[in-house]
Write a protein that binds this ligand. Structure first.
Ligand code: ZN
Length: 378
């Protein structure tokens, strides 16, 4: 088996009907609507850690209070630098514990997490390369870090997302997707992004201006997320995240095109017995059997042309009865590889997205067809 590995087979199987569990009813309104009433009315609560006696300002977010240092926050964020400048603080009327109070419309837990990352620095699990971060955590931090423009935190978000969605080559993408360390739910590497979370990643790509990874994210969304999740959205943390109407249309259209690609490939990639084959009759029969098997199986209608094939070709290699001679088997795998590579190169065209194929990873300006709503930091 040249390319198909255990990981291939397991990942392909795990993706079948990758339905997110039905999303729970939201505990609070989405941040677009501001915190729920109950949240606002709750007694303000001083953060147990982020309350420094020698600090200079109190930040209030929902019912959470943080007594922090204006200089420290300004050092990490140009937005805080301006918000917490001496004149800006002098203009605040509300005071608590001897400090001016700045009220923000952030989610309290999100701001708490960002502040802890800033204060803890390299000691924070955020920057620990061996720690697999949960996507909901990454997303909520990314939203506030984008609002306050905290470069060190944003760089970490982007670097983890780029590692999760490699664009450099088909081989680089496969190495990550089919890593034996990846979870059955799609989590891999340094991030636990479940397959259906790709719906929320699309919005994050817009917020963080990362159109370069969007084709890979959108491919995973279109090929592996159930129609129910595409339409109804997914729960991320305590928030329901949905595609925009345009994004949904684009996904549905792309799904059709991806299915057409798979169907076309199912007919095209199977080779004839090769010149020099010493058992042409037997190989012809085995290859025809494979064609029959592929065309009649679900694979021919899968929206996943990049890796839907693996179980079939793997079976072909594992079963001596089905395996053609080495010469024909190599030609078959080479043909499949070429067909998959061709689809990879045409992803941008199939998904109607610019910036593809990438010549190198990196931020590029440009639109992304408004696939997903960029989340707002409230
Ligand atoms: Zn042969």
């Amino acid at each position: 088996m040249p390319t198909a590995t255990r990981g291939h087979v397991r990942a392909a199987a795990a993706d079948d009907g990758a339905d997110a569990p039905p999303h729970k009813r939201q505990k609070t309104e989405s941040h677009e609507g501001g915190p729920a009433l109950a949240e606002r009315e709750r007694e303000p609560e001083r953060d147990a850690v982020l309350w420094f006696e020698d600090a200079s300002v109190v930040l209030a977010a929902e019912n959470k209070l943080f007594k922090v240092h204006a200089g420290v926050l300004g050092h990490h964020s140009p937005v805080f630098k301006e918000l917490l400048s001496a004149p800006a603080l002098a203009a605040l009327e509300e005071r608590l514990d001897g400090c001016p109070v700045l009220r923000t419309n952030d989610k309290g837990a999100s701001l708490a997490r960002l502040l802890r990352i800033i204060y803890d620095g390299v000691q924070s699990d955020w920057f620990a390369s061996g720690v697999r971060l949960d996507f909901a955590d990454l997303r909520r931090v990314a939203i506030v870090a984008a609002k306050y423009q905290v470069p060190a935190v944003l760089d970490e978000v982007k670097s983890r997302l780029r590692a999760f969605y490699p664009t450099a080559s088909l081989q680089a993408w496969r190495a990550v997707v089919f890593d034996d360390e990846s979870g059955a739910d799609g989590s891999r590497g340094t991030l636990a992004i479940r397959t259906w979370d790709s719906i929320a990643v699309i919005g994050l790509c817009r917020l963080l201006k990362m159109p370069d990874i969007l084709p890979v994210v959108l491919y995973e969304c279109c090929s592996k997320v159930s129609a129910a999740n595409l339409v109804r959205g997914v729960t991320c943390g305590d928030e329901l995240v949905r595609l925009t109407e345009d994004g949904l249309l684009l996904c549905l259209r792309a799904r059709d095109l991806l299915v057409a690609e798979t169907a076309r490939m199912s007919n095209d990639f199977i080779v004839k017995p090769q010149a020099g084959c010493t058992s042409p009759q037997s190989c012809a029969t085995k290859l025809e059997q494979l064609r029959f098997q592929v065309i009649n199986a679900d694979v021919a209608s899968s929206p996943n042309p990049l890796d839907a094939w693996i179980p079939y070709t793997a079976a072909q290699y594992d079963d001596a009865e089905k395996k053609p001679c080495a010469l024909c088997a190599d030609a078959l795998m080479g043909s499949l590889e070429g067909a998959v590579e061709a689809v990879w190169r045409r992803l941008g065209e199939i998904l109607d997205l610019p910036h593809w194929p990438p010549n190198n990873a990196g931020e590029q300006a440009g639109g992304d067809n408004g696939v997903g709503n960029a989340p707002r930091a409230s």
